[in-house]
Design a protein around this ligand. Sequence first.
Ligand code: BG6
Length: 484
Amino acid sequence: MNNDLPVSIIIFGASGDLTQRKLVPSLFNSFIKGRMPGKFRIVGYGNTAFTDEQFHAHLGEAMKQFASFEFREEEWNTFAPNLTYQQGRYTDLADFKRLSDTIGKWESGSGNRLYYMATPPGIFPNIIDLLGLTGQLQEDGGWRRVVIEKPFGVDLASARSLNLQIHKALNENQIYRIDHYLGKETVQNILVARFANTIFEPLWNRNYIDHVEITVAEQVGVEHRAGYYDKVGVLRDMFQNHLLQLVTLVAMEPPASFESNALRNEKVKVLNSIQPLKSETVALNTVCSQYKGYREEEGVKSDSTTATYAALRLQIDNWRWQGVPFYLRSGKRLAEKISEIIIEFKEPPHLLFPNARGGMTANMLALYLQPDEGIHWRFEAKVPDTAADMRSVDMEFHYADSFGKTSIPESYERLLLDALTGDASLFTRADEAETAWGLIDPILEYWDAQNTPLSTYELGSWGPAEADEMIARDGRAWSRWQQH
Ligand code: BG6
């Protein structure tokens, strides 16, 4: 494929939220950094009627509101002429032909094309069909790639049929299933911490690690997304993708190389090693709950049983992790916005110091994914001027201190550039998406079949008491490291 050809980035769902909040700010910032292809054009496609000028003005306003970097009018004025808009329907062959003509004229010859599905998921298959029927997926010396937003299906059966359908029109290496967690610097740094250092790996196994906790907590509620969220709930929205992706990165074996398939093979191996929960084990190993007042939110059904919080206890059946539970929790309307991974080590085998109050405290390693990105070690130290008292102390690395406050770009920036350069390492492969659904399906089925009302939790809390009880059954408690 010729990478010097002009590049068209076609965004379906261009008048929507994702385009203005994430996609265009990310492309704009890449442009400012000089990372966009030499000749490119962004074609927005959507239902709303916009002229090019209106589209520029609409996005310009959004930039001021949502961009995580300083907005400069002169930079925007240089970038905006690369943006164009076409109003169209997602079911109309003639509209797609028009789109094809517009792009073809601009390319005047061959061109590379990235199609981005930023529409509601029900529309993806239609778009791919119409692109196929109008010859727009045909490679002509230039490449054709498709980025597909989550959720990729709503369960294993629908993910399978979506894969079958898109594989009719595209090869797997043309498909980029996006999970924005993989674009986060701190998530990629899990691999660097593990595989570019010698100090962690010897300890990274069942001999030294007691358990792993992954928390993705949000303060916000369902906001204006009830139409989507009330149908999916937290297991589909957060666990099938983001949380299970984090598990794979923490648990995977070192890949043979940093090549996309080598990396993804190792991740799929982890997913395949997770003990699937069966209907009789779901109740003991999972908790689902809903925040108080959720049913009164605009757009939520008044008898909704959608879970806005879940906690899972997973076991990975392999040599490295046998007997080390992974506790996962995520929810909306919790006390803080924080995404963290805590590795709790085993206690030393013997208590040498008689004055140690309250016994031993295990060492902990915390990977803070957001908002205060960094890595912290917690270990024991002697309290000065005592015979042998000990206290836990922290050694902390903060990205902001080492790399500056503005060092962390928006995750979509990296992912869009990777899709443009053809690097699929940080995207989910077909088998990966399906294996993850295979783990979530039995949990969904169990909770859907319950006739008892879902438990509720207080706004601004750390979730329902049942989640504390679940981990307490193992003689453990959720870590409250940064919450002090
Ligand atoms: C999205 C979910 O994928 O991730 C949202 O659909 C959630 O419900 C969001 O709020 C959280 O992402 P982040 O990057 O803010 O942790």
